[in-house]
Design a binder for this molecule. Sequence first.
Ligand SMILES: NC(=O)c1ccc[n+]([C@@H]2O[C@H](COP(=O)([O-])OP(=O)(O)OC[C@H]3O[C@@H](n4cnc5c(N)ncnc54)[C@H](OP(=O)(O)O)[C@@H]3O)[C@@H](O)[C@H]2O)c1
Length: 286
Amino acid sequence: MSTAPPNRTIVITGCSSGFGRLTALHLAKLDWHVFATVRKEADQTSLLVEAAIRGCKHNLTTVICDITQAEQVAALAQTIGTSTPRLDALLNNAGTGFPAPLELLALDDLRTQLEINVIAQLAVTQALLPLLKAARGVIINVSSVNAHISLPVTGAYSASKSTLEGLSDVLRLELAPFGVRVVMIEPMATFTHLWETIGQRSRVIRDRHLDGPYIRLITTGETIAIWLAKKGFRPQLFVDTVLKILSSRHPNARYVVPGIARGLIFLHQVVPQKLWDWVLRRMYKW
Ligand SMILES: NC(=O)c1ccc[n+]([C@@H]2O[C@H](COP(=O)([O-])OP(=O)(O)OC[C@H]3O[C@@H](n4cnc5c(N)ncnc54)[C@H](OP(=O)(O)O)[C@@H]3O)[C@@H](O)[C@H]2O)c1
């Protein structure tokens, strides 16, 4: 027999670090019951220890799940289905980035990029939809400003996020009759573990192509990425946006974080493409 947690329920993927971890702990503290996925046992332990310190461990259930593994996604749905008959929210947060100029990008890296940031997002959504429909819940997909603005070296990541936006727009229409809302959060850059992962991958590409024509583009890309991430917004703004969505009966389709970055997306839409490209090439010294 299923025993429903008394409070509202949410699944958050990718809670070992960054936005996912912060949001999981914050919502658990606010008496949501959070099912937080991680990939490693060490991350499970550290998340539970931090929740205990913050006094919200009783509201947190950790589940080991690599979202690209079908059997682990099925097990995730099974675990949640046995603890609750309805799920109020799903935050599809897990994600990664594979930086490289497209000529040098390993096609297997592109496949992995799309597998994690696109296909696995839909896999988790499909698996949890029966529970989300039962609650007329909300699905929040974490996209990026990069879905709208593509920069050199980040082609694979941009492609994954703009494809995720396409899926989310369709899901929103298809799930409307079931009362399930679909929302995208589009963060600008801010420093999280993601940037360390991207930095490490970039250094591998750089070391492999030290004498090649793309070396300047790769190193400038790294400098710009570090600058953007360090100048980034307070990660708590991401959590505040999730809270705003969860408390709204009629949320918007997309939320840019911070809101001011909407201006950049607008600029990209109105500035002539030739001028935009000229500015970017100046920025990247390319
Ligand atoms: N930080 C930014 O500037 C920024 C900007 C725009 C959008 N975003 C998006 O925000 C989301 C969260 O990123 P973050 O910045 O918080 O980075 P993060 O700290 O690196 O968190 C990413 C999370 O995704 C998990 N993950 C990666 N691959 C996975 C897989 N195959 N299965 C399950 N989990 C997986 C990671 O787990 P492991 O620790 O096990 O790898 C980690 O928990 C991502 O979708 C990212 O694209 C971030």
